[in-house]
Design a protein around this ligand. Structure first.
Ligand code: PRX
Length: 680
């Protein structure tokens, strides 16, 4: 479709209280507070980075109030900076204020520089990128918003977006924001059943998808998956289909060709005035139960936090090209492909392909061609690429790079050093950024920091402005001083944090605010080093992290248990050289079942792919006679974990074990598997 449509701009009744003021701060090397953060002029007496950080934690109302007023364009100014009570899971920021997120991310930049490139779509086809200016993005977003409205989508309705990264996917998110609908992007690698579960939980009537997708040169039948999901979801009234390929797909009476409808619509759409605490989006993530939770983020606080972290963690300057290669189906895609960069008027890359297509030089060829300045990816990709050697990197010009970032899982020293020395030629800071779907944006990362501040390899290190991390022991006691390890909690609310779990506020309170009252519990363990820096240790719950994607072991077990021969199962995380973590599943077969190991292995991998997603398929399956249980019937997961790690002498206290023979049999079975693996 033609993108060269009549320019549109926010309706006159919309008062943009703050003109598009893109604060292009000077670099850290000329650090002074007001040069570094222009808004800091409002904080007299604050001279340096630690001073600014202290102020942000000690006087959050003042800090966030000034930043909220300065950095966002309001329709109605807020009257209250924050109203939070963590004991109740009550988190409210900027109440009284009204704004529209799409206006903040598009219109105000169209006003200043309409022809500036907003998106660079790095298509799956190598070498084929497409640039979309802010003016074009506004036009497409408005047409899409008008299409949604004409199809009956109203403020507050949930719209499921099941598409790979593309301008139309970003426009779909922003179109929802423009009309006040709540988007829920489902990673396009999730299966029909996983998609259906999310549609049902969100009680959505609308899905936006593409006819097909392309990934690593392969065609993926996305619409077919949506058709299967929709059969399980009577709530669905309409499916809007964008054309990613030329191929026609069968259409039913609820299917609507998206681009055709958009062409009939006006390229102007009045943005709806949204309250600061209205829902912006839901994003499903795994927890320790079998049911993924719809994490809710709202308008103003989320937008402010993503824009601030995008600017100061990466030291993003006006004109820079920001290359976050995460898929839009994850929180990283929401915060650092879409909302943070666009709120800052930046140029952001949408990466549709894989790191190894058509060869392992894909990322670095893209860096060279698009002149990417900031590159942000998951450690799993680095671990994968370093195996292919340095030549794939060195054959491309990476002189545009200024910052390198990682997210989603711990990065090992070997990968960190390779990223720093080979990819960044030893001249770009490598930032290990820690955060979560629930935190909305980066909470701990080496930057921002003052001039010459050091970076410890493979460590997230420093809390961001307003973040007050604490470590707590099993008894709920706060651990003071350095060289301590404990549960990582955050003691004060910040604007980017999740507001609730969709339709289940009790679960929100129980999961995040009960274990350590008046604190947000992250579910991660961490160590505070001798120098006071934070090192993330990993999840403390039954959540594993596969290639930077969270997955509950209960979800894997739920899928495995649906196989007709399985009586029960236990899934445990296990180390994996490239993925970081994989899963090791112990299964007990029903009585009288005789099935070969190879057959059950294949069938269980298939069933997990079909119920959840391909990436969730177990790495190892071990058939056992019984699972080790306590006398009260609880599976002793810590024992299984030690067996998987082959640390038999660390099995610990087994006095509560119901049946000692079970453990001996499992250990013997594991040893056989290890022997077999060693031979291969
Ligand atoms: O265990 C932590 C790990 O990823 C979890 C959050 O996963 P998700 O909500 O999917 O968000 C991922 C992208 C923000 C955390 O609880 N994690 C994230 N970043 C790091 C990390 N573990 C170690 N180091 C990190 N930098």
């Amino acid at each position: 479709m033609s993108l060269l449509l009549r320019p549109a701009f926010a309706s006159p009744q919309l008062h943009l209280r703050v003109a598009a003021k893109l604060h292009s701060a000077r670099s850290c090397s000329t650090f002074n507070v007001t040069g570094y953060m222009p808004e800091a002029a409002a904080f007299p007496g604050v001279r340096d980075y630690p001073g600014l950080r202290d102020l942000s934690v000690q006087h959050p109302e003042r800090f966030w109030g000034i930043l909220g007023r300065e950095r966002l364009a309001w329709i109605t100014p807020f009257h209250t900076v924050s109203d939070c009570d963590l004991t109740q899971g009550r988190v409210r920021w900027f109440e009284g204020g009204q704004l529209n997120v799409s206006v903040n991310c598009i219109d105000r930049h169209v006003h200043m520089s309409p022809d500036k490139v907003a998106l660079i779509w790095e298509r799956d086809e190598p070498g084929a990128h497409v640039k979309i200016t802010y003016r074009q993005l506004l036009e497409v977003t408005c047409r899409l918003a008008n299409t949604l409205k004409r199809q009956g989508v109203r403020k507050g309705d949930r719209v499921v977006i099941y598409m790979p990264a593309s301008p139309i996917a970003v426009a779909s998110m922003l179109a929802c924001a423009r009309i006040g609908a709540v988007h829920t992007v489902v990673f396009a690698g999730f299966s029909a059943e996983a998609l259906a579960n999310r549609i049902q939980d969100a009680q959505s009537e609308t899905v936006i998808t593409t006819n097909q997708a392309l990934r690593g040169g392969r065609v993926i039948e996305l619409k077919k998956t949506v058709d299967q999901a929709v059969k399980l979801c009577p709530s669905i009234k309409r499916v809007l289909i964008a054309m990613r390929t030329e191929n026609k797909v069968p259409m039913s009476n609820i299917d609507i060709p998206l681009e055709e409808e958009m062409m009939k619509e006006e390229a102007v759409c009045d943005p709806v005035a949204m309250e600061s605490e209205d829902m912006l989006f839901l994003l499903y993530t795994s927890g320790s139960t079998g049911k993924p939770k719809g994490v809710v983020h709202t308008q103003a606080g989320y937008l402010l936090y993503t824009s601030l972290t995008h600017k100061y963690v990466f030291d993003y300057h006006d004109g820079d090209v920001f290359g976050c290669v995460a898929d839009i189906g994850w929180i990283t895609g929401h915060s650092y492909v879409v909302y943070g960069p666009l709120c800052n008027g930046g140029t952001t890359v949408l990466f549709e392909s894989t790191p190894v297509y058509p060869n392992p030089g894909r990322y670095w060829e893209t860096v060279e061609r698009l002149k990417i300045n900031h590159f942000y990816c998951a450690p799993t990709a680095i671990r994968l690429l370093l195996k292919y050697g340095d030549t794939w990197v060195k054959s491309h010009d990476r002189s545009s790079l200024k910052t390198l970032g990682t997210v989603g899982e711990p990065i090992n020293s070997e990968a960190w050093n390779w990223y720093y020395k080979v990819v960044g030629d030893g001249r770009c800071p490598v930032l290990d950024t820690w955060w979560q779907t629930e935190t909305g944006g980066i909470c701990i990362s080496p930057h921002p920091a003052g001039r010459d501040a050091k970076i410890v390899p493979a460590m997230a290190m420093r809390p961001f402005f307003g973040i007050d991390p604490v470590l707590v022991d099993d008894q709920g006691r706060r651990l003071e001083g350095n060289k301590v390890s404990g549960s990582l909690c955050i003691a004060k609310p910040w604007p980017g944090m999740a507001r609730t779990i969709y339709n289940d506020h009790d679960r929100f309170v129980d999961t995040y605010f009960k274990a350590y009252p008046n604190h947000f519990f992250t579910g991660d363990g961490a160590h505070r080093s001798e120098e006071g820096y934070y090192q993330i240790i990993g999840r403390l719950d039954d959540v594993i992290n596969i290639s930077g994607h969270r997955l509950g072991t209960a979800e894997i077990e739920g899928a495995v248990n649906q196989h007709q021969v399985v009586a029960e199962s236990a899934a445990i995380g296990c180390a994996h050289e490239v993925k970081g973590e994989g899963s090791y599943v112990f299964i007990v077969l029903k009585d009288g079942i005789n099935i070969s190991e190879d057959t059950i292995d294949k069938e269980l991998k298939d069933i997990v792919s079909q119920k959840i997603a391909k990436y969730a398929a177990p790495d190892h399956i071990q058939i056992v006679k019984r699972l080790p249980k306590t006398r009260s019937g609880k599976i002793m997961r810590r024992v299984l974990r030690k067996i998987v790690e082959n640390k038999i002498d660390e099995l610990g206290d087994l006095t509560t074990l119901d049946d000692h023979v079970a453990v001996e049999e499992i250990v013997a079975g594991r040893e056989k598997i290890l022997e077999k693996e060693a031979k291969n």
